[in-house]
Design a protein around this ligand. Structure first.
Ligand SMILES: Nc1ncnc2c1ncn2[C@@H]1O[C@H](COP(=O)(O)OP(=O)(O)O)[C@@H](O)[C@H]1O
Ligand SMILES: [Mg+2]
Length: 264
């Protein structure tokens, strides 16, 4: 990482199924439509971001696992793959990554593996977006040690709302212990369905709660069945159907994110 203007953003929420991966791939895609370059780093062993961008890794091809286990033997082009879309690259994940936690348990500096590996690759992008697994594991800690910003997708559901508190405690602990530069760049409400009373209620809570209201993106990601269709053809919805809510909402979010600076 060799450029100060580069924004490195963790997309995180310890809860699963809140739209992290969908946000990573579509925000990345929408950022490129704003004439910026984006690198996606897939730090989830489920590799949904990798699959969602249509990447089929040949067996034994290097992935983010190899990067954090032994970065010195890898060069940029070994692990950074171009996607089918211009200015959108990815460091892919595989299920191997699930072993990293155990394998690194006795290693000194284990929470800084990703950061050091990325610095070594000498990257140059406008945005790096890092997808995280749905738990506070060593992998997530590595992501928080690397990023300057955290973007939090929050499903408009009562459990997701209730879980935010704990996520903010985690981020505060990371700032104190590992990465004082880490800031929450925003919370984006996801999977919003305005026809449901509970969806409207939780959105209202997010937008009025003193802890969160100043952090909310104006953009709300609506529930959109085209997102599932786009996953089926392994494309970001942003590159799949221009008339969809997904296309509109993620483009709005990208514009807002690009304009939102001052915390890095
Ligand atoms: N805005 C949306 N509209 C409809 N389905 C969505 C939307 N966002 C995410 N999904 C679906 O919800 C599920 C969870 O989303 P995902 O991004 O994988 O969550 P996470 O990465 O937080 O576990 C996936 O099946 C995904 O396709
Ligand atoms: Mg995910």
């Amino acid at each position: 990482m060799n450029s100060n203007k580069m924004r490195c953003i963790a997309v995180a929420n310890e809860k699963g199924g809140v739209g992290k991966t969908v946000t990573v791939i579509n925000l990345g895609a929408a950022i490129t439509l704003e004439n910026r370059s984006a690198l996606i780093v897939d730090m989830d062993p489920q590799a949904n971001a990798t699959k969602g961008l249509g990447i089929d890794l040949p067996e034994n091809a290097p992935s983010v696992y190899d990067l954090i286990m032994d970065s010195k033997s890898l060069k940029r082009d070994d692990v950074v793959l171009n996607t089918r879309w211009e200015n959108l690259d990815i460091i892919p994940s595989t299920v191997d990554l699930s072993g990293a936690e155990v394998e690194l348990v006795d290693e000194e500096g284990r929470e800084n593996r990703l950061k050091e590996a990325l610095v070594g690759l000498d990257l140059d992008y406008d945005f790096i977006l890092i997808d995280t697994p749905p738990s506070l594991s060593l992998l997530t800690v590595n992501v928080f040690a690397t990023a300057k910003e955290v973007l939090i997708p929050c499903q408009t559901h009562p459990y997701a709302f209730a879980a935010l508190d704990e996520l903010f405690d985690t981020i505060a602990a990371i700032r104190e212990g590992i990465n004082p530069d880490l800031h929450v760049s925003g919370i984006v409400a996801t999977l919003f369905d305005k026809r449901t009373r509970v969806g409207r209620k939780v959105l209202n809570q997010l937008q009025s709660d003193m802890r969160y209201r100043d952090l909310m993106f104006n953009t709300v990601i609506r529930h959109n069945t085209t997102i599932a269709e786009s996953a089926d053809v392994r494309k970001p919805v942003v590159f799949f159907r221009k008339s969809s809510f997904g296309y509109i909402d993620y483009n709005d979010l990208a514009e807002e994110l690009i304009a939102k600076t001052g915390f890095s």
